[in-house]
Ligand binder design. Structure first.
Ligand code: NCD
Length: 437
């Protein structure tokens, strides 16, 4: 039997309505007791005085690039980046090479994660074979082998009839289709938000309707089939209105927003910085403000980083030629705490909910809570600390972020997965020291 006691921290768990100075007692990787001044002998005691203790953070949208993209990231390096960022669970997208569209692919990711990962990694499988948009994958089989959702992310599910069928089948499995909702003809050769900045820079634009028209289609198909559609990385004010209305009508739609769409506008590309090229593109201030409101009022269910690593070589090219995407796992907590709680957009408890229990609910995951009997996935945060975003501090294999060189308040102190410390004070624990129970 192994035991751990986390003492005197401010335990904040929105799923259990907990906020107070409490102790957490962990037995064999499971939360066994939670209360004031627990008297317990433990193999390991962590003094969390003055620190925030929350359920391990959950990110339902990351790209770990393995197999096929190991120059950008691996499951090993991505899991280190996640652990350093306070994440204990991530769900990885299937736009790998080969695409995760078979039991073999899903099993491969799970096997590599069991060997190499510090944290929980759940694969998301493709909606269509090869993500080619023609033929749907074996949803039941993929679920059996551990897929937690389906997505062709990187590309939308283009064919409306394929989307309708996919929603009809996954409704029976009670699993979501996570759609990268954009109309390809409207994206065209676009690389930036269709607005004044793109016009000034001479860049092709992506109109808002690329997203909004697709979101409207997805909502209608979810209504028709009773399926659950999850809209990935929402970027427009109008999409928020459509989602809010659909939720009111009782349609099974959920949605996520990224830290970069909450913080940045298309002004970030004014210097042609490829670090700020992302899909969907960074939009105008009115969109950014609407996303903040929608996150606050629950129209947008959760924050997801869309951690999308790319190498320096790939990003050191003219703007139009750079692959879209930016990393986020290492430092998204600090960005969100500093900017969202700091600016009064979210309360601390709302922020924790949108990075723990709310994403867990979207995908029916068991984490996001410190309730007794749950796996002891716990993150300890120093709200007085600071997070520096530098090439030296980033644990991801890639450093493609427009936030490089910046500093934000608060700091992830310790990350615990199933009762084992996987990250503490800037250092990831060596894999050999963590036997997987
Ligand atoms: C994603 C990636 O790099 O895999 N990039 C991004 O800008 N979000 C794929 C995608 O959604 O385009």
């Amino acid at each position: 039997m192994s035991t751990m006691l986390i003492k005197n921290g401010r335990v904040l768990d929105p799923s259990e309505n907990l906020d107070g100075e409490l102790d957490l007692y962990i037995v064999d990787g499971v939360i066994s007791d939670i209360g004031k001044g627990l008297e317990a002998n433990a193999d390991e005691t962590i003094d969390a005085t003055g620190k925030l203790v929350v359920p391990g953070l959950i990110d339902i949208h990351v790209h770990l690039r393995e197999p096929g993209g190991e120059a950008k990231e691996t499951i090993k390096t991505g899991s280190r980046s996640a652990a350093a960022g306070g994440f204990t669970t991530v769900c990885c997208m299937p736009n790998t090479n080969p695409v995760l569209d078979s039991a073999t692919g899903v099993n491969y990711v799970r096997a590599v994660a069991a060997r190499d990962s510090l944290i929980n990694v759940h694969p998301i499988a493709a909606v269509t074979k090869g993500q080619l948009g023609k033929e749907i994958t074996e949803f039941g089989d993929l679920r059996f082998h551990g897929a937690v959702a389906f997505s062709d992310d990187g590309m939308p599910v283009y064919d409306a009839e394929i989307m309708r069928l996919a929603l009809e089948y996954t409704a029976m499995l009670n699993m979501p289709i996570m759609n990268h909702s954009e109309i390809p003809e409207l994206v065209g050769e676009g690389v930036a938000h269709h607005g004044r900045v793109a016009m000034k820079l001479g860049l092709r634009g992506v109109p808002r309707a690329a997203e909004t028209a697709s979101v409207a289609r997805d909502i209608e198909l979810a209504a028709e089939t009773g399926g659950h559609v999850h809209i990935c990385h929402v970027s427009t004010a109008r999409a928020c209105e459509l989602i809010a209305e659909a939720k009111q009508r009782g349609i099974r739609v959920t949605a996520e927003v990224t830290p970069h769409h909450l913080l940045l506008t298309d002004q970030a590309i004014e210097t042609f910085s490829t670090m700020a090229r992302v899909a969907p593109p960074l939009r105008g201030a009115e969109d950014r403000d609407a996303l903040r409101q929608a996150l606050r009022n629950g129209t947008l269910d959760c924050i997801a980083t869309d951690h999308a690593p790319h190498t320096d070589i790939e990003k050191n090219v003219p703007f139009q030629e750079a692959p879209p995407g930016m990393i986020g796992l290492d430092f998204s907590w600090a960005l969100m705490y500093h900017e969202m709680v700091g600016a009064g957009v979210l309360t601390l408890s709302e922020l924790v909910a949108r990075m723990t229990i709310e994403p867990a609910k979207v995908l029916n995951l068991s984490g996001g809570s410190l309730a007794k009997g749950r796996n002891a996935d716990v993150t300890i945060i120093d709200l007085e600390g600071t997070t520096q975003i530098t090439r030296e501090t980033i644990k991801s294999k890639s450093c493609n972020t427009p936030f490089l060189g910046k500093q934000y308040s608060s700091k992830i102190e310790t990350t615990i997965v199933k009762g084992r410390v996987v990250y503490s004070n800037g250092q990831c624990t060596k894999l050999e020291a963590i036997s997987h129970p």
